[in-house]
Design a protein around this ligand. Structure first.
Ligand code: C5P
Length: 289
């Protein structure tokens, strides 16, 4: 831990439904999704450095320090606030990378929130930096359930009153978001339909989770099944273990199941393939970070 600093919890997210509407002139896609933050966390510690340079450590290591979104965030922030001193930053990772769970985006948003609370910038600048770091970063600035439109940065808060019991399964292989969008571009037209968000919220609040199969399809499912055919057993696993609903999260490669029966989820944990990473967690319905 960095001395004199509290660890900031950075939650993961799942997507309930992911519709890809159209390809934009800037190369990104307009989408429609419901982001749900979940109780799976990375931890970020930030303090003023005693040495005359920044220090950044990440355990386990996910990429080169300079490629990490936390350091990219700091560098972009300093362009506008050169008075930000040298910092000592430690990141402890639980959220798997290339999973569609938003780990890197969540880390970047936590760093941005820390910087803004100590060296404030106008909110428009914070939003601009967030989106420049990644399409999911704006959501993580204030991670409560929300509909995401545009690239994912046009956010509408949603009132989810029921805690959703979740099991996340992450296979060993990951998927780069960029590759998933490229696959989609080559293999399908981006002409999805907007989501019926109100009906999704009703289904969640009345625990009619199986309605989500109809209401919340993920456009990347076919991409996953074709790119990683050896993991077709994952949706089958959720079906066989009694999940009320299951889906790929984001562009993958993690899947999640919703289990209204607690014993079914516990049994599923026992039956899962030993090579899969498992995370038992639940939705975060109010701002608990
Ligand atoms: O914004 P982010 O860095 O997560 O995006 C990674 C890649 O995914 C982008 O470079 C782009 O190719 C694709 N993407 C997209 N439309 C979005 C989000 C991501 O085309 N809304």
């Amino acid at each position: 831990m960095v001395t004199n600093s509290l660890a900031i919890l950075c939650p993961a997210k799942i997507n309930l439904g992911l519709s890809i509407l159209s390809r934009r002139d800037d190369g990104f896609h307009d989408l429609d999704t419901v982001f749900i933050p979940v109780s799976l966390w990375d931890q970020l510690s930030v303090g003023i450095a005693t040495a005359s340079q920044d220090s950044f450590t990440c355990a386990p290591i996910v990429c080169q320090p300079s490629d990490n979104l936390v350091m990219q965030c700091l560098n972009r922030y300093r362009q506008l606030r050169p008075d930000v001193p040298f910092l000592e930053i430690q990141l402890t990772k639980e959220i798997p990378a290339k999973a569609g769970l938003g780990g890197g985006s969540s880390n970047a948003a936590s760093m941005l929130n820390w910087l803004n609370s100590h060296y404030p910038l106008p909110m428009e600048e914070i939003q601009r930096i967030a989106l420049s770091l990644g399409s999911d970063v704006p959501f993580f600035l204030s991670p409560t359930p929300a509909r995401g439109q545009g690239r994912g940065e046009l956010l509408t808060k949603l009132e989810i009153s029921q805690e959703i019991p979740i099991l996340i399964v992450k296979p060993a292989q990951g998927i780069f978001t960029k590759s998933a969008f490229e696959w989609l571009h080559q293999n399908q037209r981006a002409d999805g339909k907007p989501l019926y968000t109100e009906q999704i919220v009703n289904a969640l609040n009345s625990k009619r989770y199986c309605d989500l199969f109809e209401l919340a399809p993920n456009r990347f499912t076919e991409c996953f099944l074709e790119m990683l055919p050896e993991y077709r057993s994952i949706p089958q696993f959720f079906l066989e273990t009694g999940a009320d609903f299951f889906s790929l999260s984001g562009s993958g490669s993690a899947w999640y199941g919703i289990y209204s029966v607690a014993s079914s989820r516990s049994n599923a944990v026992c039956k899962a393939h030993p090579d899969w990473q498992l995370f038992v967690c639940s939705s975060l319905n109010s701002n608990k970070t």
